[in-house]
Design a binder for this molecule. Structure first.
Ligand code: CTP
Ligand code: MG
Length: 245
């Protein structure tokens, strides 16, 4: 039985190759503000109430990740990943234990505010099987097909972020089922939903952005500088009026 303030295990997936970002090392090892992204991510999860982390990495980079995480704020166990994100999560789940709460997080979202991590963790601690952070979509959206394109009502849409929180036993059984059925998914909420479980939404944050393309490094560098200057793990205050004075 969970309780609202139960600590969670962080499952941080960092075994991707970072093709869209480019560069000599996968993005989890890219340094911003003096720390690799994976270290920012683990510390962000610790600030939101995770008491240990399982970090999933590419086999050939295990020594680099050991160095990158040597001074992380919670104990870290490294596990070797798979060829798709969902395979990496499945490998990590084998190391998180049998019960409790797990927060599955993209290493590529290094600046998720502690408040978002805590909201996800507390939703599961309060009884949700699966809780995810979401944001409203700000652009107009069109569905594009071979016959042209058609507008989509964006008020019905939400962008999904991580960490995504789960009851460990449920997520493990849903991943086994997904593997048996050969399901292809882009996140773990979809794995749970496919097994018939409800998904609880909590507010996400712009700072939980995923570093995906070179442009994102510009934004991430600015966030890191603000965090280092303020010494906080919370959202960076953007005061537009200050610029005008
Ligand atoms: N990931 C993983 N194992 C994989 C693929 C992805 O652990 N086989 C992780 C990435 O390291 C990242 C997160 O899943 O932290 C989100 O994936 P994405 O942003 O797509 O990262 P990459 O797959 O590394 O980037 P790209 O798709 O541009 O190659
Ligand atoms: Mg990818």
């Amino acid at each position: 039985m969970q309780n609202i303030d139960e600590p969670a295990v962080a499952l941080v997936v960092a075994a991707g190759s970072g093709t869209r970002l480019g560069g000599p090392v996968p993005k989890a090892l890219v340094e911003i503000g003096g720390r690799p992204l994976v270290r920012w991510s683990v510390d962000a999860l610790a600030a939101g109430g995770c008491d240990r982390a399982v970090v999933v990495v590419a086999a050939e980079l295990i020594d680099d990740f050991r160095v990158a995480l040597a001074e992380a704020s919670i104990p870290v166990e490294l596990v070797v990943g798979g060829s798709r994100r969902q395979d990496s999560v499945a490998h990590g789940l084998a190391a998180v234990g049998e019960q409790g709460i797990v927060l599955v997080h993209d290493a590529a979202r290094p600046f998720v505010p502690a408040q978002v991590v805590q909201a996800v963790r507390r939703a599961v601690g309060s009884g949700a099987v699966c809780a995810i952070p979401v944001l409203p979509v700000v652009d107009s959206i069109r569905r594009v097909g071979t016959e042209g394109s058609v507008v989509v009502d964006r008020s019905e849409l939400a962008a999904v972020q991580t960490p995504q929180g789960f009851d460990i036993a449920t997520l493990r059984s849903c991943h086994l089922r997904a593997a048996e059925l050969g399901l292809e998914v882009t996140d773990d909420a979809a794995v749970c939903e496919a097994a018939g479980h409800p998904v609880t939404l909590v507010p996400g944050a712009r700072e939980a952005m995923k570093v995906t393309e070179p442009f994102d490094i510009v934004v991430a560098t600015a966030i890191a500088a603000a965090r280092v200057a303020s010494g906080s793990e919370g959202p960076v205050a953007v005061d537009l009026n200050k610029e005008k004075q």
